[in-house]
Design a binder for this molecule. Structure first.
Ligand SMILES: [Fe+2]
Length: 260
């Protein structure tokens, strides 16, 4: 973590405004400090997911994976990822020390900076880690940030949510929109259900659960999503499928009109 006042190169908001609330959580990624074992854990996680994802992930996810230069064999160096990602959509994967409080999280999304942990899970927690880690954050989330519509959606989501910080109920509804899109979102492509949510992308168990047809897949409906309760720790019983990413962009605009 940076000492106060020592901001790294990535502490500026899109447009040059410095991050304020999130500033104490920003760190540098010490890429050279990763051990061979840690790179091996990354490699094993990626190799386990890719055969399923090549068939069942949204094409935008797979394109993003290539575009930002993720590799199967080594933990990504975020500076390299950002050199490729930044020119595409203005997003950055910005290293942070761990879970962020909501106001810091939303501030970063509004600034097109995705809070990214640098820690990687141990071999004992290959399937599930309660703490966020670089595999979930980068492998699961960041490839979608290379897609222009998703990129715009996520920033807008952050701005709308930041403006609702005073209202717990509305913020909870926005949390549901995040969950059923960014975390466990699916999309219909060529008549098939494809994964794009980070939780489904990064978890072999969750991804398999969906591919095996276990959850009920409903057409995306903002009214339902805003009211749909969920448990993070359980396999999902209901998912909402969009037909294009324009739909989630429009959902964030509509949520702003209804809740803002
Ligand atoms: Fe996530």
């Amino acid at each position: 973590m940076n000492p106060p006042g020592v901001a790294g190169a990535e502490t500026r908001k899109h447009g040059g405004e410095p991050l304020t609330v999130a500033q104490p959580f920003l760190i540098q990624q010490q890429w050279d400090a990763y051990t061979g074992e840690q790179h091996a854990v990354w490699a094993e996680l990626v190799r386990r997911r890719m055969p399923q994802l090549r068939e069942h992930a949204a094409e935008e996810y797979l394109n993003g994976f290539e575009q930002i230069g993720l590799r199967e064999d080594t933990i990504p160096n975020l500076a390299d990822v950002n050199r490729r990602l930044g020119p595409r959509t203005g997003w950055n994967a910005t290293p942070v020390s761990g879970f962020l409080p909501p106001d810091a999280f939303f501030e970063m999304l509004g600034a097109r900076q995705f809070p990214t942990t640098t820690y990687i899970r141990s071999r004992e927690a290959m399937e599930y880690t309660p703490e966020p880690d670089i595999f979930h954050d980068v492998f699961g989330h960041v490839p979608m940030h290379a897609h222009p519509v998703f990129a715009d959606f996520l920033q807008h989501y952050g701005r709308v949510s930041a403006a609702l910080m005073h209202d717990k109920d509305k913020l909870e509804k926005m949390g549901r929109l995040f969950w059923f899109t960014v975390e466990v979102g699916v999309i219909l492509q060529k008549g098939k259900v494809k994964l794009y949510g980070s939780g489904l992308i990064s978890s072999h168990g969750e991804g398999t659960h969906v591919i095996e047809g276990k959850p009920e897949i409903r057409d995306f409906n903002l009214d339902q999503v805003l009211e749909q309760r969920f448990l993070v720790s359980e396999e999902q019983k209901v998912l909402y499928a969009v037909e294009s990413f324009d739909q989630i962009y429009e959902a964030a605009q509509e949520a702003e009109k209804r809740l803002g």
